[in-house]
Design a protein around this ligand. Structure first.
Ligand code: ATP
Length: 237
């Protein structure tokens, strides 16, 4: 059996009196696309925040590439190859598209490599190339989402954490973004995808996990989850 790229064991996170994650386990193998589905407030974003070390777990461990990263600092985790495209996009609206991309490469100092990776992002996201000198705040919601993903890719991650890439976007743009995610998977990128749109997420994922009120209640191959009656009723509308 190959080693997992990421292994979460018995992980709990608490915000004040709210227990957001209750002893969850999750495993991701290299080159897999794994989706985390669940209702509002189930703890999906918290799981990503714990992996990228924005929140501190109360208990449990996060092992990445055979190294314990549970107490590492966020910038160390980026250097190790984990990038996070957060919910709500969080691009720097008063900076240009180019500036935002350069910011994504803050953990690197290979200027030529950074320049060529920016060109790479423009091939993947032609809309960003056309708008490279525009302030990010003037982009549409879909373009800002593309910029958030491109910025995350600028750290050359092995594991990409994507939080709600379809949130608030029109169906045509959602299709465009999912086709880019599909392209990324063909390059061998490992992806943990958090989505409210479970149908869409399970269509591109290899496996899925279901989070309910901070507990991992179900996991399986994406096609099994798509045909599971309970999942259909609760998440596939
Ligand atoms: P959503 O899709 O609404 O973001 P989610 O599944 O990603 O939902 P989380 O954002 O991880 O859920 O939130 C899990 C729980 O933790 C919720 O009860 C939420 O209200 C709470 N929570 C999240 N962030 C904080 C915070 N900074 N302070 C206090 N409570 C928080």
């Amino acid at each position: 059996m190959t080693q997992p790229l990421l292994e979460i064991q018995n992980l709990s996170v608490q915000y004040g009196g709210i227990q957001a994650l209750k002893a969850i386990d999750l495993t991701i193998y290299a080159e897999e696309v794994v989706t985390l589905i669940g209702a509002n407030g189930a703890g999906k974003s918290t799981t990503l925040r714990a992996i990228s070390r924005i929140v501190n777990p109360r208990q449990g461990s996060i092992i990445y590439h055979r190294q314990e990263i549970t107490r590492r600092r966020p910038h160390e985790v980026v250097k190790l190859g984990i990038a996070h495209s957060p919910e709500g996009r969080r691009v720097l609206t008063r900076q240009t598209v180019l500036d935002n991309l350069e910011l994504g490469a803050y953990s690197r100092n290979d200027r030529l490599g950074i320049k060529s990776d920016i060109e790479q992002q423009f091939l993947l996201f032609p809309r960003l190339a056309e708008r490279k000198n525009q302030l990010a705040g003037t982009l549409s919601g879909g373009e800002q989402q593309m910029l958030a993903i491109a910025r995350a890719l600028m750290s050359r991650p092995k594991l990409l954490l994507l939080d709600e890439p379809s949130l608030g976007l029109a169906p045509a743009i959602v299709r465009e973004i999912f086709s880019i995610i599909q392209n990324l998977r063909t390059t061998g990128m490992t992806i943990l995808l958090v989505e409210q749109n479970a149908n869409l997420a399970l269509q591109i994922a290899d496996r899925g996990y279901v989070l309910e009120a901070g507990c991992m209640t179900l996991s399986g191959r994406a096609e099994e989850l798509l045909s599971n009656d309970r999942i259909k009723q609760a998440y596939l509308g």
